[in-house]
Design a protein around this ligand. Structure first.
Ligand code: C5P
Length: 414
């Protein structure tokens, strides 16, 4: 059995620091050891006592501790780790790291270490979007530091957007991605969540898989929209299965009520135009699986005010414009993914229509689903895999099982 891996966790000062407690618990549960360094501002949000109790290790807070220095020098503290994780990495901490500033224990360790560093940013969305932060992140990535993408969503400050700390299971998945190779000792700490065995063979490690899922919603006026019955379940299951297989996954999701699978970077969009932009932003990708049921049309103009029904009047005319075909566009893109997969919802002549779509859209595989029954929004799917080499017909299966088999087929292909 391999010896347990050691994580040095540096906790910066932001409201997301409270999530470090859960992260420590998950790291420990996975059989790794963790030692914490708390910055002065981090200590405004979590106490050394909590971290020491959870990590079962002394917590380090200052450069000037004679006791720490005689027992374990600060350079050794970072060098004995298999991975240094900065979580939450505040805008300030990232800026200091990018600039090589070493003015406290955390930043001194980061400058002195030769161990791989993983930074998990969390900050207000304007701080995240600020050119200075983006410049620092680019610099850090060039310097070989892994910088996770923050989540999008509601923030503690009441705003909405990118900058949220990814959920602790996603951070753990990322940690595993980088210390894996040798077995992690211990049980799967993510039990009950989408299957992820830390000691499992992770064949998509190092690959970026892009998935679209769910419907798009095309506004007519501030209260009405055009949409469809897609639940997003098949796409979310595929994103989860790809993450389980070790891929870095970007999931561009239309409006659905589904939790983000563990270890998956989710980008929420509403319209087809937003989905297209998010897909292009996510490139390059090794594999793209376009599962979303993109609305074919959008309202030609979006009324600023609610369109009023007037007594005796004919219904308001609805003029439609065609949406871009995101899949076909990606097939012609200069950064076309090496394996491009489309879905096709069909109610009749499934193979014939799917094969025609394969050519028309310029993708490599079409997964045709027979939606004549209750597939759309349901728990199971019945698919035909149409490729240049022929057609495979799969029995009706639960959507997570379709996802698992599809990912296995992708692994075989690439
Ligand atoms: O043409 P149809 O809608 O049947 O094609 C379905 C496939 O094309 C799916 O993979 C879907 O995600 C993709 N698609 C797209 N952009 C559109 C329409 C469909 O990417 N505007």
């Amino acid at each position: 059995m391999n010896s347990p891996k050691h994580i040095l966790l540096i906790i910066g000062g932001g409201i997301a620091a409270y999530k470090s407690s859960e992260l420590i618990r998950l790291i420990k549960k996975s059989g790794m050891t963790v030692r914490c360094v708390l910055t002065e501002s981090g200590a405004q949000f979590v106490t050394p006592m909590t971290l020491a109790a959870l990590s079962e290790n002394e917590v380090h807070t200052t450069l000037w501790s004679l006791k720490d220095e005689t027992e374990m020098g600060h350079i050794q503290l970072s060098r004995e780790a298999d991975l240094v994780v900065v979580c939450p990495a505040t805008a300030n901490l990232l800026a200091k790291m990018a600039g090589g500033i070493a003015d406290d224990l955390a930043t001194t360790l980061l400058l002195a270490t030769d161990t791989q560093v993983l930074a998990v940013p969390a900050m207000n969305l304007r701080m995240w979007n600020h050119p200075a932060t983006q410049r620092n992140i680019e610099q850090l990535r060039r310097d070989g530091i892994i910088v996770m993408q923050p989540d999008e969503g509601d923030m503690a400050c009441g705003e909405f957007g990118p900058g949220r700390l990814p959920e602790p299971p996603a951070v753990l998945a990322e940690i595993m991605n980088h210390v894996i190779g040798e077995n992690i000792v211990g049980p799967n700490p993510l039990e009950g969540q989408p299957a992820f065995a830390p000691d499992q063979h992770r064949p998509l490690h190092g690959k970026h898989v892009l998935v679209t899922a769910g419907p798009t919603r095309e506004p007519i006026d501030p209260v009405r929209y055009i949409a469809n019955r897609s639940s997003g379940r098949q796409g979310f299951a595929i994103a989860a299965a790809a993450a389980d297989a070790g891929a870095q996954v970007t999931l561009v999701a239309g409006p659905v009520h589904l939790p983000t699978p563990t270890g998956v970077m989710r980008v929420d969009v509403e319209t087809a135009l937003e989905m297209e932009a998010a897909v292009h932003d996510a490139l390059p990708a090794d594999v793209a699986i376009m599962v979303a049921a993109v609305a074919d049309w959008r309202a030609d103009t979006r009324a600023d005010q609610k369109i009023k029904k007037q007594k005796g009047d004919a219904p308001a005319p609805l003029k439609l414009t065609e949406n871009p075909d995101i899949l076909a566009g990606l097939a012609k893109h200069s950064q076309r993914p090496g394996l491009l997969i489309g879905f096709a919802a069909e109610t009749q002549k499934i193979d014939e229509h799917a094969r025609a779509k394969l050519t028309k859209k310029g993708c490599d595989w079409i997964i045709a689903n027979d939606v004549s029954g209750d597939v759309m929004g349901g728990a199971e799917n019945s698919v035909h895999i149409v490729t240049a080499d022929g057609t495979e017909i799969w029995a009706r299966l639960p959507k997570p099982e379709v996802a698992r088999r599809l990912v296995a087929k992708i692994v075989e292909e690439i």
